[in-house]
Design a protein. Structure first.
Length: 333
């Protein structure tokens, strides 16, 4: 019964950075995924971002039977009707605009729909969750948020510090997203978010995408589906069931060199291990119940078993993301 329900759902994954290939597109399709927010850049700057977009254009050309670009929120509904997987571009840092506010509109015109203000470190826009002191949203950051609001680009604070995240929620005239993180009350990772942040996010109409990355979960790779779904239920009580979704943070088939790029970029001469350590420097083992996108039906099954009704499961698996994007993506006129 859960599989039949899953097949009917609009399923949205709020973030992946997989090593994209036809095999992975086939897995997304097999898992019933309607749309995935795909990270196209981390520390890459303007020209490199354009090259990543060009690479995606080739993916769309060579795999048009499986995937399609998302250029508006209605394209998500069209992807469901066509039985394809929609791809929405996102950036996990603000490097792709460099120090030029005019690049926000340019990138949005190139279908970059979501941008994080920072990735772990202090950026020109805000402060990351790994800095000792959170200086908050900068002067440039305030103007960047206003410009993102104007052109219809979503503000993402997944890798930002507490003060910066709370300030972004307050400054933004549109709801923001934390696309891939979990409550720190469930697991005290630096990347996870306090109840103060989550309550403010929910009250403002924002959205949390639950991460399935083992470093963000209690007991890591041994986290059970029951524990994950219990976390979802507790967060629904805090934020409201309409303000939560899924953002797996799946980084499938990526080499260790990619992980090192994510953690170190060009800024560090010494190895930074992020949420890992010198003795645990590689990718974590995947969850037994979520190895790749074909396992999305397991989440639907687990939420039903936890006591969520069909409407609530439909919301968590995708409709909440869809409703959020309905409000966040159209440009202001």
């Amino acid at each position: 019964m859960s599989q039949l329900l899953h097949n009917e759902l609009i399923v949205i994954d709020g973030l992946q950075y997989s090593n994209w290939s036809r095999e992975i597109f086939e897995q997304l399709h097999a898992g019933g995924v309607t749309m995935v927010h795909a990270t196209i850049v981390y520390h890459e700057q303007i020209r490199e971002t354009l090259l990543r977009i060009a690479e995606w254009n080739r993916h769309f050309e060579n795999n048009q039977d499986l995937i399609m670009p998302i250029k508006s929120v209605n394209d998500i509904r069209r992807a469901k009707a066509l039985g394809k997987v929609g791809i929405m571009f996102g950036a996990q840092n603000c490097s792709s605009i460099e120090d030029d506010i005019g690049m926000i509109e340019i990138m949005r015109e190139l279908n970059l729909m979501i941008m994080q203000l920072t990735y772990n470190n202090q950026s020109l826009l805000a402060c990351g969750c790994y800095e000792a002191e959170d200086s908050g949203v900068t002067r440039f950051g305030r103007q960047a948020i206003a410009e993102m609001n104007r052109v219809g680009m979503v503000v993402d604070m997944s890798h930002s510090g507490e003060r910066s995240t709370l300030e972004a929620i307050e400054i933004s005239q549109r709801p923001i997203v934390i696309s891939h993180a979990n409550p720190s009350s469930f697991h005290a990772a630096k990347r996870n978010k306090s109840n103060t942040v989550l309550k403010a996010l929910g009250d403002s109409g924002g959205l949390l995408g639950f991460s399935l990355y083992p470093f963000h979960l209690k007991n890591g790779s041994d986290c059970t589906l029951d524990d994950f779904c219990d976390m979802v239920a507790r967060t629904a009580d805090l934020m409201g069931v309409s303000q939560i979704g899924i953002g797996t943070d799946l980084c499938q088939s990526q080499p260790v060199e990619t992980l090192e790029w994510m953690r170190n970029g060009r800024w560090s001469k010494t190895m930074d291990y992020g949420e890992g350590s010198k003795n645990n420097a590689s990718w974590p083992e995947p969850l037994s119940w979520f190895k790749d996108s074909r396992d999305f039906p397991n989440i639907t099954k687990g939420l039903l078993a936890r006591g969520f009704n069909h409407d609530e499961v439909a919301r968590i698996m995708g409709l909440n993301w869809l409703n959020f994007l309905d409000n966040a993506l159209p440009a202001q006129v």
